[in-house]
Design a protein. Structure first.
Length: 186
């Protein structure tokens, strides 16, 4: 999930990162970036994600889920991909993510209110019962988001939906992601 060579360990990064309670994604045509807004109470951090980072992040997170799903691990080998696909569809069905020009403008306005973090690195650290996703810029500024399994599927679904809407050719890293319907939008 890292575009640049690592400059600090995952443990150090996770410890220093402010925690966000939620994350929303949209696409900005003007920036040609996926914009994420991480919120904690009244505070928010705006993230700018490049096509290359999104491609890498989706691929690594999807492969991680594909290889480490507890339910799929208990299923017969021939059915594991189908189990992960069902988990993904279930999680994404609960996802409402913004898309289109209005969403891009709204997220762009959020970005204008503060310095945006151009994400150069993403690290996922297991922290039972879930994970911590740390998103960092090239200068070491970062934000972390606590995720459960379903949240990880939702992040992949939202990023995948935004990349499709932007007509980015990011490929399909795992078969169940290619088969998944686009997430519903609001």
């Amino acid at each position: 999930m890292t575009e640049n060579p690592p400059t600090q360990t995952v443990t150090d990064t996770a410890a220093a990162a402010p925690q966000a309670a939620s994350i929303s994604f949209g696409y900005s045509v003007a920036e040609d970036r996926i914009i994420g807004v991480c919120s904690q109470g009244d505070a928010s951090v705006t993230l700018l994600l490049t096509r290359r980072l999104v491609r890498s992040l989706i691929a690594r997170l999807a492969k991680y889920l594909d290889q480490s799903s507890p339910m799929a691990g208990r299923a017969p080998a021939a059915m594991r991909a189908e189990v992960v696909e069902i988990e993904h569809q279930s999680a994404v069905a609960q996802l409402a993510t913004a898309s289109g020009p209005a969403a891009g403008r709204a997220l762009g306005e959020a970005a204008a209110r503060g310095a945006a973090l151009l994400v150069a690195r993403a690290d996922l650290t297991p922290q039972p019962p879930g994970f911590v996703l740390v998103l960092s810029d090239a200068n070491g500024r970062n934000v972390s988001v606590r995720l459960q399994w379903q949240d990880l599927h939702r992040v992949i679904g939202a990023l995948h939906q935004q990349a499709r809407a932007a007509q980015w050719d990011i490929g399909e890293p795992v078969p169940w992601l290619a088969a998944a319907p686009a997430a519903p939008s609001t």
